[in-house]
Design a protein around this ligand. Structure first.
Ligand SMILES: [Zn+2]
Length: 391
């Protein structure tokens, strides 16, 4: 890493500019032929680029240079709608090994057209570019990007990425959707974690309509904390595991994001029609379960764990969820539910050490029964959102 100034933000276009010309924003081929008075919306500025109403533009936000001298930059696609509306970011791979969100963003972008959008969408499929290239949750120096916000222009690489993302994306948005998966061989039931005490955030979280909504307070250094400080409503979507595509998690994420954009009146009627069909099916189910507290059940002995619960399953306090044996088959311990609720996270690694988190139970209301005492177990709720981080 050198102290040399990073290169200017470089737009990468659907139609690339000639090599002999300086890089500058060039619109794609989706330019509308006619302009109505409603399209007289100011352009959207990001990096060194501006995006006209009704256009999409891909740019790269420069971070630093790689060892080869090539620029290291964060790719961003902006869809600047023709009509006024909120500015929303969708971002993934802040932990570089979390891939479901990258695929979710790819599919969402395939459904949207800037010419038919109200407001502005800023899509950042890979925020932690070095981690993504290495298949690693962290930056090369093992720093956790989601502990590095708001960051600094002169700090570590993580800190610089955090600062760039904060300045260029977060400060321009009213709403953000931060896409994650479980970490360290853990998988998560699709769930939204958000500050449900904030009415605007809670409304958007319900619009996303995941199987489970978890009230989650903020954690120092996280993107969500910094965004909240800037008055941005942030939904954190957790689903599936690292290094894998999980189709149900991806589908729930795609429809959830479109539902949020519909709630914000950003997307056209035909997409809403599609959602209504989806919602008709969803309404046959009970709707999202809400939890204000969750607990990880930990292994009481070191051994091989055989779990007998699945994601989404309802468990009652005291129920046996699995066993731990030694390698000869002697039973060492049973894994018992320490509380009643819904299984929202599982450790997939059968080799467990004493104290390892094995089953994550969200204290959801059982349908038809009141519940939730409003007391939050911070450690538990943050167990997978940000777990395993190092500074
Ligand atoms: Zn993550």
């Amino acid at each position: 890493m050198t102290d040399e100034a990073p290169p200017e933000a470089r737009p990468i276009e659907d139609v690339a500019p000639p090599r002999s010309e300086p890089a500058r924003p060039v619109a794609d081929r989706s330019r509308p032929r006619r302009r109505s008075p409603r399209q007289a919306r100011p352009p959207f500025a990001i990096g060194s680029a501006t995006v006209s109403p009704g256009r999409k533009l891909e740019i790269e936000l420069p971070v630093a240079r790689m060892i080869t001298g090539s620029p290291l930059s964060i790719p961003v696609r902006v869809l600047h709608g023709v009509r006024d509306g909120p500015t929303v970011w969708i971002g993934a791979a802040i932990h570089g090994d979390e891939l479901n969100g990258v695929e979710i963003i790819r599919r969402v972008l395939g459904l949207l057209d800037a010419r038919r959008l109200a407001g502005t969408l800023v899509a950042v499929p890979v925020i932690n570019v070095p981690g993504f290239m290495n298949g690693s949750r962290y930056l090369p120096d093992r720093r956790d990007l989601n502990r590095s916000f708001p960051g600094s222009h002169r700090g570590s690489l993580a800190s610089r990425i955090a600062r760039l993302f904060t300045d260029e994306v977060v400060t321009r948005c009213e709403v953000g959707i931060d896409l994650h998966t479980g970490s360290d061989h853990r998988t998560n039931l699709p769930q939204i974690r958000a500050d449900l005490d904030d009415p605007t955030t809670a409304e958007l979280a319900r619009a996303f309509a995941p199987p489970v909504l978890m009230h989650s307070s903020l954690r120092d250094g996280s993107l969500r904390q910094v965004a909240a400080d800037l008055g941005v409503s942030v939904l954190l979507y957790e689903a599936g595991e690292a290094w894998r595509f999980d189709e149900p998690s991806i589908r729930t994420g795609v429809s959830g994001i479109i539902r949020v954009l519909a709630q914000l009146d950003m997307v056209p009627e035909d997409i809403r029609q599609h959602l209504r069909r989806d919602d008709a099916r969803a309404s046959e189910l009970a709707g999202p379960l809400v939890a204000r507290r969750s607990r990880w059940v930990r292994a009481r002995r070191t051994g091989l764990a055989q779990l007998q619960v699945e994601l989404g399953e309802r468990v009652e306090q005291g129920e046996m969820m699995g066993r731990i044996h030694d390698t000869f088959g002697h039973r060492l311990s049973r894994i018992m539910a320490s509380t009643s609720g819904t299984v929202v996270g599982l450790n997939l690694d059968p080799v467990v050490n004493q104290g390892d988190a094995v089953v994550h139970i969200a204290e959801t209301d059982e349908p038809g029964r009141a519940g939730g005492d409003g007391v939050e177990d911070r450690d538990a709720v943050h167990g997978t959102e940000d777990g395993g981080g190092e500074r």
